[in-house]
Design a protein around this ligand. Structure first.
Ligand SMILES: [Zn+2]
Length: 180
């Protein structure tokens, strides 16, 4: 069924947007659920930076959701899932499930994450592109996420999907400030 993507850099309000979408559903008869990747070691729920949160279940694979009886599914931090998970999203859509997905669109080198590219090829009904405040020049125009190690930008020699365990820090930056 309908696919909605909420994409953008770090600190652009993606999780807040996802939470806003789902918060009213608890007053409806919709059978909905939210999920986020088990590789996110920090969070037991979906947190937005302004303090709002919503219950979410950690999953290793999206495949396990196919047997569920959900009418609406939300998935946060999609970029942390491997490209191979995209086919399960396609199966859910074909089954009639509405899916709202949020995450980073581009990696540390400004390339689309392979799974995000796959999702864009599924003909989403809507793609909400979020922007953040650039942490270097303070323009409200940041679309990239600079990955830093010891405060130095890392653009090369990293796998497309990198751990989110505190080893690296992340800064939203604008096109002018982004170092590839
Ligand atoms: Zn900037």
């Amino acid at each position: 069924m309908k696919l909605t993507l909420i994409l953008g850099p770090m600190k652009s309000g993606k999780s807040f947007e996802l939470i806003n979408y789902f918060a009213p559903l608890k007053y409806t008869k919709q059978n909905f659920a939210l999920f986020h990747p088990a590789s996110n070691v920090r969070d037991e729920q979906i947190n937005s930076r302004n303090g709002v949160y919503i219950e979410s279940v950690k999953i290793q694979t999206i495949k396990n959701l196919i047997d569920g009886d959900y009418s609406i599914i939300g998935i946060d931090e999609i970029h942390m899932f491997p490209e191979s998970e995209a086919e399960f999203i396609e199966q859910l859509l074909k089954k009639g499930t509405e899916i709202i997905i949020s995450g980073l669109d581009m990696d540390h080198a400004g390339r689309l994450f392979p799974i995000v590219q796959k999702l864009m090829e599924m003909g989403p009904a809507e793609i909400k592109m979020k922007k953040a405040v650039c942490e270097l020049c303070q323009d409200h125009n940041a679309t990239y996420t600079q990955v830093l190690y010891n405060n130095e930008p890392i653009a090369k020699n990293l796998p497309p999907s990198i751990p989110d365990d505190g080893t690296f820090t992340y800064k939203p930056v604008c096109r002018k400030c982004f170092i590839k």
